[in-house]
Design a protein around this ligand. Structure first.
Ligand code: OOG
Ligand code: MG
Length: 257
């Protein structure tokens, strides 16, 4: 059967707007490939950008903890829009979400465009600053279950994110081997290390540049890059105070209402 990428993207977009879930795309299209999925994601991006601005990209499944939790085996990327960015120390309203989970991440802000594959040193040079962040993911699929092509089509479950206030300059290995904790109501719920993200979150930017080059996409000056959850993600409920605490980088928090 021929796959109509635009139709699938419209369907996923509608689920996002209506806050409803659906069955996996791969149930109807078992041969859906990873490259098909990125084409669906491009169609989905066009729909998001009718009313919002593209402000960054995210990497997903860059840590073993996330791969094991979601039962998939390779990193993926998605896009971030102005609608997804929450203000620091702001609130996440559960009425605008389906079954959200939070994960602790390192974010990188770019000071230049990226139009080629970056080496580690080139990646360092293109980063303006790093900060802590909380990514809120919310799958449009029933029970948060998907295959790799499904989750890529669904923009890697992207829904919201928040950045910490502290801006950290980066140097070689400065973001590696730092304790990173996800707290809810001041209790540790996940404890990891930034090295769990591809040995060093900077490598996540290098990997992203490689994946984008294959698909003829670029990164722009000012983009926020989420490097991927360092630990498994955690469900949230009404009243939770969520925070990411990263050694030497700072905290970031979010109230769930
Ligand atoms: C896919 C998104 C993964 C991360 O940081 O690993 C992700 C998912 O788990 O739903 O954002
Ligand atoms: Mg993430």
């Amino acid at each position: 059967m021929k796959i109509d990428f635009q139709k699938i993207a419209t369907f996923l977009y509608q689920n996002d707007l209506d806050k409803t879930t659906c069955k996996m795309i791969s149930e109807d299209f078992p041969n859906l490939s990873i490259s098909d999925a990125y084409l669906i994601q491009e169609e989905l991006k066009k729909l998001h950008l009718i009313e919002n601005k593209l402000i960054g990209m995210k990497m997903g499944l860059t840590s073993k903890a996330k791969m094991i939790q979601m039962n998939v085996t390779e990193p993926i990327y998605g896009f971030l829009t102005s609608k997804m960015m929450l203000k620091t120390d702001s609130t996440l309203s559960l009425t605008n979400q389906i079954h959200p989970k939070v994960e602790p991440e390192i974010a990188l802000i770019l000071k230049d465009d990226v139009t080629k594959i970056l080496s580690y040193d080139e990646a360092l040079n293109v980063i303006d600053y790093a900060c802590s962040s909380i990514e809120v993911i919310d799958s449009r699929f029933n029970n948060f279950k998907f295959t790799l092509p499904d989750v890529i089509s669904d923009n890697t479950s992207a829904t919201k994110f928040v950045l910490g206030n502290e801006r950290i300059k980066v140097s070689k290995s400065s973001l590696a081997n730092l304790k990173i904790i996800l707290k809810i109501d001041n209790q540790d719920v996940e404890v990891g290390n930034t090295s769990d993200v591809l040995e060093d979150p900077i490598n996540s930017l290098c990997e992203l540049s490689m994946m984008l080059e294959k698909n003829n996409l670029v990164l722009l000056k000012g983009f926020v890059i989420l490097t991927g959850g360092a630990t498994a993600a955690h469900s949230v409920k009404h009243g939770d105070l969520v925070s990411t605490v990263v050694e030497s980088v700072g905290d970031c928090s979010l109230n769930v209402i």
